[in-house]
Design a protein. Structure first.
Length: 238
């Protein structure tokens, strides 16, 4: 498997605040890689920089061998890199089906292809099929998270960026969402996962990076970090 994403020495500022400091990491094709860390560590900022929502003050980001550091977000999506944002951010007044259709807006394909792809999403996420005509804003938190993932998959991504997919969900729904992430990965989609639930993230990831105050403090195979004393004390509660 080759390298799909490379983040090299990136720096991001919010005004005078230096939020990300010389972060470097990579994600290989087929992997699940997770970024873990406390609130304010820079996880979401890193994701926004990769997806083109924040501009860099330094460093480079390459995706599939192409520099995307200064590329606009909608062009990055067309390359096959899609983000499921923190807080889900579904279009609350649109139906489930309309939300999924919005996920395919960058693709230049026929309506029949879009319809076929939507049926595949419904097969993977049958709860959405039951609610296809329902307004997205009336769904439960777990259903909205499923919809946000389904919407991103309608882009036909090579790589999926997931930002805090377990936020605000019950333990049972968290397990269901993580099973969906594993299924998506088994189907060939590479995953970069930002998650405060470090235990669950490390259970499904191949490799992990630990962020603290805008820098990477540790990295390695996920199972090794899950057994690291510092990680266990700081993030796993044991």
């Amino acid at each position: 498997m080759g390298e799909m994403l490379r983040v090299q020495d990136i720096n991001v500022f919010y005004g005078s605040i230096h939020a990300i400091r010389d972060i470097s990491f990579h994600v290989d094709e087929g992997e699940i890689v997770t970024l873990i860390g406390a609130n304010g560590a820079g996880k979401t900022t890193t994701m926004h920089a990769i997806s083109g929502l924040l501009k860099l003050k330094g460093g480079e980001i390459d995706f599939m061998g192409q520099k995307i550091s200064q590329m606009e977000a909608h062009k990055i999506i067309r390359l096959g890199l899609a983000q499921v944002p923190e807080g889900r951010r579904v279009f609350s007044h649109l139906s489930v089906q309309e939300n999924l259709e919005m996920g395919a807006f960058t693709r230049k394909v026929s309506k029949d292809v879009i319809a076929d792809d939507m049926e595949m999403i419904f097969e993977r996420l049958p709860r959405l099929k039951e609610r296809r005509r329902q307004q997205a804003g009336t769904l439960s938190g777990g259903e909205q998270q499923m919809l946000a993932i389904g919407r991103a998959l309608m882009c036909k991504p090579r790589m999926l960026l997931l930002d805090e997919p377990s936020m605000g969900l019950s333990p049972l729904l968290v397990k269901e969402i993580f099973h969906i992430i594993e299924d998506v990965n088994r189907d060939g989609v590479t995953v970069l996962l930002v998650e405060q639930n470090a235990k669950m993230a490390l259970e499904i990831a191949d490799r992990a990076y630990v962020l603290e105050t805008g820098t990477i403090k540790m990295e390695g195979p996920a199972d090794e970090l899950a057994n690291n004393i510092e990680v266990r004390k700081a993030y796993l509660g044991c």
